[in-house]
Design a protein around this ligand. Structure first.
Ligand code: PMP
Length: 770
């Protein structure tokens, strides 16, 4: 233990203090006032009128001068990093060269009967000391949190050998305070401290070495800060406990001190405000946040133990030393009554996953029947995901061969960081100038085929909105009201896009202005030419309608991954134009590299008039866009003003830009073609000879496996899920396995997929025979 804690305080009287000040620092004081200190003596020196002159600190005789030098160097370091931090910096002794970096030039030694005392002189900082924490406003709590983080940040690059000390106030040494338990007179408090130390040893100590560590203040409290009238910190006056420890040690002391007098809900509410302030400067790591309750309780326990022990030994006046013990004990009681797990959640940490059955019931109660039901007979409760693997609450991992939205992989750090960074900096709308949406639009335009004229971008927030806006553009520009879509298409949830989504029509009547056409079914050899398209145009014309637009998902996901090929697609496009309509390429499914090209319409060799983007665009962050030609946008602008509050906001744009970067950096597109090829081949060889499997088709990582019927498809999907692989189903009869993984899927995952498929098919065949 640091010997200063066991040594007696210095006991200089007023006359000696004035004498020392004059002789060692040329400070000519007429009076002094003892400001109170745990183990040192701190005096305010005043002139004849009682006006403050300086603050003098007389160190304990057991103080190691190296510690004082560390303190001086640390404060100088911090004030260089963050010059507006209101830090008490020890003055240079008279005669020292100005601006000296020699810490010894900031202290003088004074000999007394009990040994040498080091004396330091400080300028008087504004504000008053020892504010009662309970009076601090919410704004002050937040500001204290922010200040604590700034102090930590300012000390980040500092080190000094003396920082490796065993200062008991530093909570990493909390287990050592067990030897002090006997000094705690109040049995209730003793038991609380004992329980907290148990918890520290079992839960905190094992992970302590993984916490971010540096030289920290360790004692940011109302005793060591001056505050202005509003309770904001105007001075930090004591770096005497500075140690190399976990960064969050500072937060433990701030919480311990500021939460005094706050219990129950108010303790947690106030703590969250302090943590918000801290995280304005330094975001906390998940583990740091999770341990916040234990860290606060440990600091409270240490407070009780050390003060009780020092009182018992007669080192301090018990009333002064133990003044915080009752209130900090109440803070511990609050934490224990809530429980550690719940406390962590109330500080803002992620909680333990809830029980699946509870979640299903609660979902049903508040979400109701209109929302599509959960995937799988036994729902999957996902708690995390990385790359192509998703982890459920029960710890089981699933290979994701279904989700196209996290296109560069679940939880990609580049995208997650872009969102967090931009969210901290500024998020606003496109009425203000900002780089990211402009850059995103430029880069999207640059991906469109040369000479396509697709040079103008409108940002929205989803695929539905993109299609909705594209439809508005088409009707406005053409003056027509008819629409064409494929027989089982899906294009969105809005009124206009649901009308273009036969998949959603179900029981309702097809909308008057929409006609569908059947895409070619190469397996059965039907609808191979343009006749179905012509038929749809004729039926529209018979109702007096000309097409405003035809809309196509070029990988035909909902229709069951059918492939029109360039020749037929070209005919569709030509006929649409001839009838006065525009072509909308819906890239919500097929875009952003799914086919191995950036856009799925490219392989059809067509140039659309409108391109709509969504789903994978920002790897899961909601973003959508319409890309079109300038003259189309200009005609629209003649009739209306377009603005979407969130469309093109800097956070969404940063996420979408990160996706474009990763697609390039990880060379995703060339890999998609290869992986898709390998996956398709592997599925074909596993399914060869199985009468259930009628067709394996697809482009890139949009693969459909047509099976005999919807029930077989659903059973296969469930079978794969039981074997840890996630897929979906699609097609009018629901008889096509929808294999559409994140583009982070590689050939390494192919055997995982195919062995699960093989087992599922073998088991199904055995079931048939049984
Ligand atoms: N277009 C297509 C082709 C889609 O698959 C979807 C969504 N499944 C949408 C549009 C609608 O996108 P969102 O759900 O983001 O509104």
């Amino acid at each position: 233990m640091d010997p200063v804690l066991a040594a007696a305080r210095p006991s200089f009287d007023a006359a000696e203090v004035i004498d020392i000040a004059r002789r060692t620092f040329d400070v000519d004081a007429s009076g002094s006032r003892d400001l109170g200190s745990e183990r040192d003596q701190t005096f305010l020196l005043v002139d004849r009128e009682g006006e403050p002159l300086a603050v003098m600190k007389v160190s304990n005789a057991a103080e190691d001068p190296a510690t004082l030098d560390m303190e001086a160097l640390g404060v100088l370091h911090a004030s260089r990093v963050d010059p507006t931090l209101p830090l008490a910096i020890p003055r240079l002794v008279p005669g020292a060269s100005p601006g000296s970096n020699d810490p010894e030039a900031r202290r003088a030694s004074y000999r007394a009967p009990d040994g040498h005392h080091h004396v330091r002189m400080y300028s008087v900082l504004p504000g008053r000391g020892r504010i009662e924490a309970i009076v601090l406003s919410d704004a002050a709590l937040i500001a204290w949190g922010e200040m604590a983080a700034r102090v930590g940040r300012a000390l980040r690059g500092f080190f000094h050998p003396a920082a490796q000390r065993t200062m008991l106030w530093d909570i990493q040494h909390a287990p050592r305070t067990r030897q002090l338990l006997g000094a705690i007179r109040d049995p209730g408090q003793r038991e609380l401290v004992d329980r907290v130390l148990d918890r520290f040893e079992s839960t905190v100590a094992p992970v302590w070495p993984s916490l971010r560590a540096q030289v920290v203040h360790t004692d940011l409290t109302t005793d060591n800060a001056l505050t202005d009238d509003a309770g904001f910190i105007s001075g930090i006056v004591d770096f005497g406990d500075m140690s190399h420890s976990a960064l969050v040690t500072d937060l433990a002391s701030v919480l311990d001190s500021l939460l005094i007098g706050r219990t129950g809900d108010e303790l947690f509410r106030s703590a969250r405000l302090i943590l918000d302030g801290y995280q304005r400067v330094t975001p906390l790591e998940p583990l740091e946040l999770r341990l916040m309750g234990e860290l606060l309780a440990t600091r409270a326990a240490v407070t009780i133990a050390i003060s009780s022990w020092r009182s018992e030994r007669g080192l301090e006046d018990p009333t002064f030393a133990e003044r915080y013990n009752a209130p900090v004990a109440r803070a511990i009681e609050t934490l224990l009554s809530v429980g550690w797990e719940a406390a962590a959640r109330r500080f803002g940490a992620e909680g333990e996953p809830h029980r699946i059955t509870d979640l299903v019931r609660r979902r049903e109660a508040v979400v109701g029947p209109a929302m599509e039901s959960l995937t799988y007979d036994e729902p999957i409760h996902v708690v995390s995901a990385s790359g192509v693997w998703m982890t459920a609450a029960d710890g089981r991992r699933y290979l994701d061969a279904y989700n196209n939205v996290p296109c560069v992989g679940h939880g990609h750090p580049r995208v997650a960081e872009a969102i967090a960074r931009q969210g901290r900096r500024v998020n606003t709308n496109m009425r203000y100038l900002h780089e990211s949406a402009i850059e995103l639009a430029e880069r999207l335009v640059a991906t469109m085929p040369a000479a396509s004229g697709l040079d103008t971008v409108l940002f929205v927030n989803s695929g539905s909105e993109a299609n909705d806006v594209a439809w508005r553009l088409a009707t406005t520009v053409t003056g027509n009201g008819g629409a064409l879509c494929t027989a089982f298409a899906y294009h969105g949830v809005t009124d206009a896009t649901a009308a273009l989504s036969p998949e959603s029509w179900q029981a309702s009547r097809p909308p008057e202005h929409v006609e569908t056409w059947a895409p070619p079914d190469r397996l059965r050899g039907t609808d191979l030419d343009a006749a179905p398209f012509d038929g749809a145009l004729e039926r529209l014309a018979a109702r007096g309608l000309a097409p405003a637009a035809a809309i196509l998902d070029s990988v035909l996901t909902s229709d069951g991954f059918l492939d029109p090929g360039p020749a037929l697609a070209g005919e569709w496009l030509e006929r649409t134009h001839a009838a006065g309509g525009l072509w909308i390429a819906d890239e919500v499914q097929g875009g952003h590299g799914r086919t191995g090209e950036m856009w799925s319409f490219q392989r059809l060799g067509i140039t659309p008039d409108l391109v709509t983007l969504g789903k994978p665009m920002a790897n899961g962050h909601p973003v959508g866009a319409v890309v079109t030609r300038r003259e189309i946008a200009a005609r629209f602008a003649d009739e209306t003003v377009f603005f979407s509050t969130f469309g093109g906001n800097p956070v969404s744009a940063a996420a979408a830009l990160a996706v474009l970067d990763v697609l390039d950096d990880e060379r995703v597109l060339p890999r998609v073609a290869q992986t898709g090829e390998a996956l398709g081949q592997a599925i074909r060889s596993v399914a060869a000879g199985d009468p259930r499997v009628l067709d394996v088709r697809g482009i890139g990582l949009a693969i459909g496996v047509e099976v005999t019927d919807g029930a077989t498809a659903r059973a296969t999907k469930e079978g794969l899920r039981q074997r840890g692989v996630l897929i979906g189903t699609c097609g009018r009869d629901g008889n096509v396995l929808k294999i559409r993984p994140p583009l982070a899927f590689t050939t390494a995952e192919v055997p995982v997929f195919t062995s699960a498929l093989q087992e599922t098919l073998i088991r199904a065949a055995a079931g048939d025979r049984a």
